[in-house]
Design a protein around this ligand. Structure first.
Ligand SMILES: *Cc1c(COP(=O)(O)O)cnc(C)c1O
Length: 429
């Protein structure tokens, strides 16, 4: 089957060679990737399928434009369309989340977080975030990240007994270290985040509270996870995870912080915004404002709970015992198989997940005990709880018999067969 990007089906006749004609090597890899994304069950919780409309906007001529500055305050002429695109994108996102201000220029989630540091803390000052091994993000002050090198970083953890965020420890550490900035939010945490608890901690020590909802933005927009809007001072997110937009970043904040945030993004941190991405962010905001997106967000959680229940019944040990969101973290210790071997066998069987540390993991990050799964992508294809049961069954077989290549090949065929019934957004068939 031949993959053709929407942009290669023009309304008018092209006068120049296509990607396939210009660069068959890359064209073939694009086609293979489309096939791969179509024929596999994709369970990486940070991934999704962007719609055809989002891909079209992201692949548009807005990639050609430079527009340093903000709408109607640019350093370049020729912004007739670009200004409108950015104003629409920011207004739609602010409305979607009920926020007072939206900056849609950050290149991705990490630069969005860096802009928050730049706006509210000076190098060497103290900041706080969830430790990476507890499910926090690198950019929340972990030592290998610039955020852990340029700032004095204090990390709170999840509790040893139930692996839930240790709000008591966060409060004690905040009182002891008086951080300028507190990050909450996670990249490998399967439970609801209590933004109000962090608000009261931040208030006690006079800190700015930043909620990083990169993973759960789509759930928040769809009402399937409580919103930090009106609670946190500033909210950062990616636009490409559960939100199903293009690869990008965004910052939402109260009016009082709008100037500081905008200045930090440009000229503080970045040059020209990625206008093609901004156009696609506008499209994603429009899609996420439809009633169907609410249903989608709730189905992600329903599917995650079904997949978690299926795995639990098969004897898998889930960190925190289950999930409230889109994500599942399995501790494979009781199955006597490291996460990496499991993830690689599953990939050969057409089930794509990533190995991950579990809290207090005795093994190394590059060879950890856990497997991280999520349901945003499979839910975007319209799969439901019945498919989650099947996936749990396949996963169990492959994990138990991870060197049985005949079984793995058979499973990959069964997986691809099921995928045929669930069209993947953005991928023509
Ligand atoms: C994914 C993620 C980011 C970083 O996003 P990139 O777009 O990969 O830079 C930041 N914070 C959290 C919590 C994330 O999950």
């Amino acid at each position: 089957m031949e993959y053709r990007h929407a942009m290669t089906q023009p309304i008018i006749q092209w006068r120049e060679p296509s990607l396939a004609e210009t660069d068959p090597e890359i064209a073939e890899l694009v086609a293979k990737e489309a096939r791969y994304e179509h024929d596999t069950v994709r369970l990486i919780p940070s991934e999704n399928y962007a719609s055809r409309a989002v891909l079209e906007a992201a692949g548009s001529v807005f990639t050609n434009k430079y527009s340093e500055g903000y709408p109607r305050k640019r350093y370049y002429e020729g912004q007739q369309q670009v200004d409108q695109v950015e104003e629409i994108a920011a207004a739609r996102m602010a409305k979607l989340f009920g926020a007072e201000h939206a900056n849609v220029q950050p290149y991705s989630g990490s630069p969005a977080n860096l802009a928050v540091y730049l706006a509210f803390a000076k190098p060497g000052e103290t900041i706080m975030g969830l430790a990476l091994p507890s499910g926090g993000h690198l950019t929340h002050g972990w030592n290998v990240s610039i955020t852990g090198m340029f700032f004095k970083s204090v990390a709170y953890n999840v509790r040893k007994d139930n692996h839930l965020i240790d709000y008591d420890q966060a409060r004690e550490l905040a009182k002891e270290h008086r951080p300028k900035l507190i990050f909450c939010g996670a990249t490998a945490y399967s439970r609801i985040i209590d933004f109000q608890a962090f608000r009261s901690i931040a208030d006690e020590v006079g800190a700015i509270l930043a909620a990083d909802i990169a993973h759960i933005a789509g759930l928040v927009a769809g009402g399937a996870h409580p919103s930090p809007v009106g609670i946190a001072d500033v909210i950062t997110t990616t636009t490409h995870k559960t939100l199903r937009g293009p690869r990008g970043g965004m910052i939402l904040c109260k009016k009082e912080h709008a100037k500081a945030i905008d200045k930090a993004v440009f000229p503080g941190l970045q040059g020209g915004p990625h206008n093609h991405t901004t156009a696609a962010i506008a499209v994603a905001a429009h899609e996420a404002a439809q009633p169907a997106f609410k249903t989608y967000a709730h189905k992600i959680v329903e599917n995650a709970k079904a997949l978690a229940a299926g795995l639990s019944e098969l004897g898998y040990s889930l960190v925190t015992g289950g999930t409230d969101n889109h994500l599942i973290l399995i501790d494979l210790t009781n199955k006597n198989i490291p996460g990496k071997i499991a993830a690689k066998a599953l990939d050969r069987a057409g089930i794509v997940a990533n190995y991950n540390t579990v809290p207090f993991d005795p093994r190394k990050p590059f060879d950890p005990s856990g497997l991280r799964l999520g349901t945003p992508s499979v839910t975007s294809r319209g799969m439901g709880t019945a498919e989650m049961k099947r996936i749990a069954g396949w996963m169990d077989q492959v994990i138990q018999k991870h060197d049985d290549e005949a079984l793995i090949t058979r499973t990959a065929r069964e997986v691809a067969d099921m995928c045929k019934d669930f069209p993947a957004p953005g991928i023509p068939i």
